[in-house]
Design a protein around this ligand. Structure first.
Ligand code: NAD
Length: 602
């Protein structure tokens, strides 16, 4: 793997001196108030397409869902849903007035225009955080954000399809489960899995690791983040003190108990102490917010002290944070050398450590080449949906129906789908029997009830059409909105993450997410987005998202069939082109047309 060293100093000279980094655009907090999406069948917009966009924007900011709703931050450090509260109000107002043949344009969280298109066009087009490559530096972005001209959209924050921590649980489960299969004979039972970062996305780790059978020990400097995951049943226990946490986790692992233990401390403190005590870690990763230097918390500072330093001396904060990240990755490599199966979990921490002088920072792989790429080759990725009725029962109905649509004996992925969906329920037998009154979620829904599961090409369209029928037949209370993460098979260029170590070296080619963005517009998704920097920070990724509404109409069925076929097909095409035989096999089996065939460009 070749670490990218670009994006750190380019163009900054031309941009003038760096301004205070890490800030949110002005107005982020002015006019803040609690927001919650409307529920039920009464619309305040003229179409369900616009209504769904409005509800999902509001849902992203629901205090149950967003990490810092008062400043419009949904998750991922400073990933915002709108640039300011004034922009939020203007988006809501625009969506309410939007006609069935109009499209709202949103530029970095601000509504900038409404154009006449046609009924089958998207109702909203979104571009967030994009910069011309030579200017795509953190400094230049921060300067524009501080002037109120841009915002950081992360992936599903600025594209209004975040569904809380569950959104990442299944992908994380897939990763830990695959790790168990690859390295530990099929299960993580009895294995000590250590990580850090229990925030909006990282909070999925303790639940996913235990669903995969492991014992999880997770550090976070913010007690509030641990408490929140504990309250939502993603984290089983919180121990007082690093040594007590290590003792508890080691004893749980030796008893083979799939339990998670959280501890309030810096990641480097936990990893150092594990080394000092000579504790053998089986699996090691990290999901602190390292993609954003100003969100990652430097060592020896409490969460509160970090807040103060960030405000009064951002340059000192940045130096301190980068030094800690370097130390953090050195500790990870040391654990790896002592036998821990170690992987990067998509927060770009290796790049930060490398840029700060640790030449061996890329000694361990990213999670995509290590575990996920085979799924991308067949168009699989994080399919998700939310019930606009607000009724949990609607999700139970869709869970029940999706298990019938993809029977358990349909192969390895179908078996995993059943394990996952049934694992989301406290009473799986009630779900199987269709006794929805007795169904109870294993972990709390955040905001509008929602579900995620990984589906591939040839499956997503079937699921979308099924949901549309459920809406048409009145078997669910209101339309269902369907989307996905930008972390998908054919929608992202991110050389340190989704496209790390591509077989043909095309890691940094971003024609693919641009084609994905265009394909989803041409196919008629309800809203479509193109972002820069999500997951790994400014300069390191470009990616596209789509959301489509199943409102029960024949027109929606036609759009669902197109979008939910063409969108995952981009993953197959991208991996056929890069030379993956599994993708070529999938293309042949499913009749995907590839004019010049595999690696024809060479
Ligand atoms: P977040 O901002 O909601 O949470 C980050 C957490 O890390 C916070 O609770 C913070 O207190 C904690 N933290 C920061 N520095 C720390 C340190 N040094 N030691 C211990 N705790 C520390 O962010 P998030 O949404 O949870 O995302 C976390 C990271 O994971 C981001 O970089 C994001 O881009 C990445 N991510 C990866 C995937 C994936 O599938 N691989 C998906 C989503 C997000």
């Amino acid at each position: 793997m070749t670490p990218s060293t670009t994006g750190t100093t380019r163009a900054t000279d031309r941009n003038g001196p760096a301004v205070k980094p890490g800030g949110l655009p002005p107005g982020s907090e002015t006019g803040s108030r609690p927001v919650r999406a409307p529920r039920g069948v009464e619309r305040t917009c003229k179409t369900w397409q616009a209504e769904a966009a409005l509800r999902m924007l509001m849902n992203n900011l629901d205090p149950e869902v967003a990490e810092k709703p008062a400043s419009l931050v949904v998750y991922g450090g400073r990933g915002q849903a709108a640039r300011s509260w004034a922009a939020f109000d203007a988006i809501v107002e625009s969506l309410r007035r939007l006609e069935a043949d109009e499209t709202l344009l949103v530029q970095s969280g601000k509504p900038v225009g409404i154009v006449r298109t046609h009924a089958e066009a998207p109702r909203v087009l979104i571009a967030n955080s994009n910069l011309v490559p030579a200017w795509a530096t953190q400094q230049h972005f921060d300067k524009l954000a501080a002037a109120g001209l841009m915002m950081y959209g992360q992936m599903t924050a600025g594209s209004w399809i975040y569904i809380g921590t569950q959104g990442i649980v299944q992908g994380t489960f897939e990763t830990f489960a695959e790790c168990g299969r690859t390295h530990f004979g099929g299960t993580l039972r009895g294995r000590l899995c250590v990580t850090a970062g229990c925030g909006g996305m990282g909070g999925a780790q303790p639940l996913a690791a235990t669903l995969a059978g492991g014992t999880c020990l997770i550090a976070d400097v913010d007690r509030g983040a641990l408490n929140r995951r504990h309250r939502d049943r993603y984290l089983d226990e919180i121990a007082e003190g690093v040594d007590a946490a290590i003792d508890r986790a080691v004893s749980l692992a030796s008893a083979g108990e799939a339990v998670s233990v959280g501890v309030e401390c810096n990641a480097v403190e936990l990893l150092s102490r594990l080394l000092e005590r000579n504790v053998r870690v089986d699996v090691l990763t990290d999901q602190t917010s390292a993609h954003d230097v100003m969100s990652y918390v430097p060592a020896e500072l409490t969460h509160a002290e970090a807040e103060t330093l960030r405000r009064v001396s951002p340059a000192e904060y940045e130096r301190h944070a980068l030094a800690t990240m370097e130390r953090h990755v050195r500790l990870m490599v040391e654990h790896m050398k002592r036998g821990a199966v170690t992987f990067d979990y998509g927060n770009n921490i290796r790049q930060r450590a490398y840029d700060n002088g640790f030449a061996d920072a890329f000694a361990f792989p990213g999670f995509v080449p290590a575990y996920i790429r085979p799924q991308f080759c067949v168009g699989r990725g994080p399919f998700r949906w939310a019930a606009l009725s607000g009724e949990a029962r609607d999700i139970f109905v869709t869970d029940h129906e999706i298990l019938k649509l993809f029977p358990r004996d349909g192969g390895d992925y179908a078996r995993r789908l059943h394990e996952w969906i049934l694992g989301c329920h406290k009473n799986p037998e009630a779900l199987l029997a269709g006794d929805f009154e007795r169904c109870e979620p294993r972990f709390a829904f955040q905001g509008l009830p929602a579900r995620i599961c990984w589906l591939g090409l040839g499956e997503r369209d079937k699921a979308g059409l099924l949901f549309n029928r459920l809406v048409a037949q009145g078997r669910v209370g209101a339309p269902i909105v369907i989307g996905r993460d930008h972390l998908d098979c054919g929608s992202v260029a991110s050389p340190n993450r989704e496209t790390e170590a591509m077989a043909d070296g095309t890691d940094a080619v971003s024609d693919w997410p641009l084609l994905n963005f265009a394909v989803n517009i041409a196919s008629g998704a309800s809203w479509v987005s193109f972002h820069h920097g999500g997951g790994v920070g400014i300069g390191y990724s470009q990616h596209a998202g789509q959301v489509i509404v199943a409102d029960g109409t024949p027109a929606a069925a036609a759009r669902l069939a197109r979008v939910l076929t063409n969108d995952p097909m981009m993953g197959v095409l991208r991996h056929v082109d890069a030379g993956y035989p599994q993708a070529a096999g999938c293309a042949e089996a499913l009749g995907v047309r590839v004019p010049m065939g595999r690696r024809a460009g060479r």
